[in-house]
Structures are given as C-alpha cells and as structure tokens.
Design a protein around this ligand. Structure first.
Ligand code: NAD
Ligand code: GLY
Length: 363
C-alpha cells in the first residue's frame, strides 16, 4: 500500500499523490474507490507497456474496469501532434464517454501526451497519472501541465489539466535505465536547492543510484519532492507568479539542452544550468560564496555535468528564443542560499553577463 499520500490542493481541483511500493497493482483499487467504474483507456509507450501494461490492466479489471491499452513508440521525438492524433483516434474507436479516464502509465512523454489527449477528448475527460520514471514522479505528473512539441520548440502546444490522482510506484524505477534515473536526479537536486536544505544535504550525502538504492528511502525522497512541487503549484496553478521558481536552472539549462541537439537529457541540462546560475549569482554577489561549490559537489556526486564548453554567442542565440522571455528580458531564478531562491528580471545585456560569469568558469 501507499507509504505516502500527498494532498495537492489546486484552484481547479484537489487530488492526491500516492507514493510507495507495489502500487502498479493498486491502480484498480485506487481508481475504483475514487471514481467508481468509469470507461478507461491506458496510454503508454511501447517500452513501458511491455513492462507494466498487463499489471495495470489486470489491476483495473480486478476493480471491474475494462481498460484497453493504447501504445506509441517511446521517445521524445514521438511527443508530437501526429502521435497525439493516433491516440485520440484510438480513444474514440473505443467510444470512451465524457466521464472516461485516460490512465497515462509511463515517463514524462507519456504523461504529457496522455494528459493532453485527456484535455482534448470530448473537450476534456479525466486523467490518472501513473508515472514510471523518476522525472515523471517528482515533476511532470504533478501540476497539470500537458503538451506535445512543435517543430518550433518543445512543449509549445499544450493545456492545463490536473489529474484525478497520481500513483507513483517506486519499484518501477528498478527497470528504468540507469542513465534515465540519473537524469531525473537533476530535477530532484533542483527541488533541494529551491526549498529544502535538509533534502539537499541528504541528496549530497547519499546519492540516488541504480545500484540497490533502498526503495523506502527513495519513496521518502520522491514524496518530499512532490510536497515541494505541490507547495508551489497550489499557490500558483497557472504560472502567473511563484510557479516560475520551478524554472530554477532552466533558463541557461534549456539553452544548453537545445544547443546539444537534445543529446544532453533534460535533467542533466537543468543540473548544468543550476551550477552555471549559481556561479553567476556568486559573481554578482547575489548569493553566499559557498553556494556554487556546494551545488557543484552535489551534481558531480551524481555523475551529472557541472559546466558547459558551448560558446556564449551560441548560448545567447538559443536564449533569444526562450519561450519565457519577454520584451523586457528574462526572468531568472537565483539561488540566494541552499533552500531559498529569488526571481529576478534581467535585461538581455545582464543575461549575457550572467552567461559570461557562469558558463565555462568552473575551477
Ligand atoms: P520519457 O517519458 O521519454 O521516459 C524516458 C525513457 O524511459 C523512455 O524510453 C521510456 O520508455 C523509459 N521508461 C520510463 N519508465 C520506465 C521504467 N519504469 N522502466 C523502463 N523504462 C522506462 O522521458 P522522461 O524523462 O520521463 O520525461 C521527459 C519529458 O517530460 C519531456 O518531454 C519533458 O518535456 C516532460 N516534462 C514535463 C513536465 C510537466 O510539468 N508536464 C515537467 C518536466 C518534464
Ligand atoms: N516543471 C515546471 C512546472 O511544472 O511548472
């Protein structure tokens, strides 16, 4: 059963996030007790479907819910309108009604695309998130952002839809490739820097890795991350203000991710972005002098990169297309100390100074 149940009170909907072991087999009982026996469709990529599709489907069947499985090829390159259309046509072919539920079982790509299908089908049906990657458990399954990518950029076509419930089974992380687990740790470290020095110290002292990490400890860490994201999302569901704090490490990180041709993972890019903005903030005198060194040491302990050798003109070229940029410049999240951040508006010229001070400057 769930070791942790985190309440998420949002303006549009209150829901719970269950975090624990063996929860893949509890999807049916949890959905059934919450929603009765609605029509459901399970959406997964082919990798996750092969690993967990049977168990989720059996669990739902045990609760009296017959749920067909809809799959798509794994990978970010498939998070696009053509795949979304196929998913929607498949849902329609099962004649799911307006009270129906999309059960998105997988990583962030599945959650984002299954979530957008739920937001669009019959002008909006319901969504259950069953995240199976670390990144999806601590970040993408909570907060209601759904999207697909366009040729012009990532996540440019989306909607907000909060799930009815999130069910995170940490045992699924045992099949996640080690590189994906490590990548997800970028967002986990970000949450520590953002809001919780105790979590940060725990992460630095005992890095999460695939070599037999204690699953109960991992469930604790996931649940604490969900609480941190919950606090921000509950205060600002539509990202009008404080939710922008979740972009810590993302402004420079996104530019590095795009400049790498998306070869560097999202979490790894956020980890580099965190180190760069910490070095730049220290150079500006905006944070305590020990902040960059502590963040770099933690990031390095996970085998994640702490710096980039991409030239600064190239980075500024990608930053010019940052979707969160406005005419006045950039909103940059500054780590004031470990566990506390501040949002600053900076001009394009000041952004260039931050890039010069923070990128390619590690010792
Ligand atoms: P992903 O969904 O592509 O999963 C990564 C890989 O791991 C895939 O190949 C998948 O098949 C595999 N996988 C997932 N769970 C597995 C398991 N338990 N065992 C074996 N293999 C497994 O990518 P991701 O890293 O989970 O998520 C990245 C996506 O999340 C990006 O598209 C990003 O834009 C999005 N995102 C969304 C939000 C949000 O708030 N909505 C936040 C952060 C990131
Ligand atoms: N991942 C950032 C957000 O949910 O706002």
């Amino acid at each position: 059963m769930s070791a942790h149940v985190v309440d998420v009170p949002c303006a549009s909907k209150d829901y719970q996030v269950h975090v624990g072991r063996g929860l893949v087999d509890e999807v049916g009982p949890i959905v059934g007790s919450l929603l009765g026996t609605p029509e459901c469709c399970i959406v997964s990529d082919d990798t996750v479907d092969a690993l967990y599709g049977d168990r989720v489907q059996s669990s739902l069947a045990g609760a009296g819910i017959e749920a067909p499985r809809i799959t798509f090829p794994a990978g970010e390159r498939n998070k696009r309108l053509a795949t979304l259309e196929t998913i929607l046509e498949r849902i329609a072919s099962h004649e799911m009604d307006r009270k129906g539920v999309v059960v998105a079982v997988g990583g962030g790509v599945t959650g984002d695309m299954g979530g957008l299908a739920a937001a669009l089908y019959l002008r909006g049906c319901r969504l259950v998130q069953v995240p199976t990657s670390l990144l999806a458990m601590v970040d993408s399954s909570v907060g209601g952002k759904t999207a697909v990518d366009l040729a012009a950029g990532k996540n440019l076509c989306g909607a907000f839809l909060q799930p009815e419930v999130v069910i995170a089974d940490v045992e699924t992380l045992s099949t996640l490739p080690a590189s994906q687990l490590t990548d997800g740790c970028g967002e986990v470290i970000k949450h520590g820097v953002l809001a919780d020095e105790v979590l940060f110290e725990r992460l630095a002292a005992s890095p999460i890795n695939s070599a037999g990490h204690d699953l109960d400890e991992l469930a604790d860490v996931v649940a604490r991350n969900v609480e941190i994201k919950r606090d921000v999302v509950a205060a600002d569901e539509r990202e009008q203000g404080v939710r922008q704090m979740l972009n810590l490490g993302h402004t420079i990180g996104h530019a590095i991710e795009a400049a790498s041709g998306f070869v560097l993972g999202h979490g790894a890019s956020v980890a580099v972005g965190l180190c760069c903005i910490a070095r730049a903030s220290a150079a500006e005198g905006w944070c305590a002098a020990d902040v960059p060194g502590r963040i770099e040491a933690c990031v390095a302990a996970y085998g994640l990169p702490t710096d980039t050798d991409i030239d600064h003109d190239t980075l500024m070229g990608y930053l010019a297309h940052d979707k969160k940029r406005s005419a006045a410049g950039y909103s940059v999240v500054i780590p004031r100390r470990i566990g506390e951040v501040e949002l600053r508006r900076v001009s394009p010229e000041a952004m260039r100074s931050l890039v010069d001070a923070g990128c390619g400057t590690s010792r």
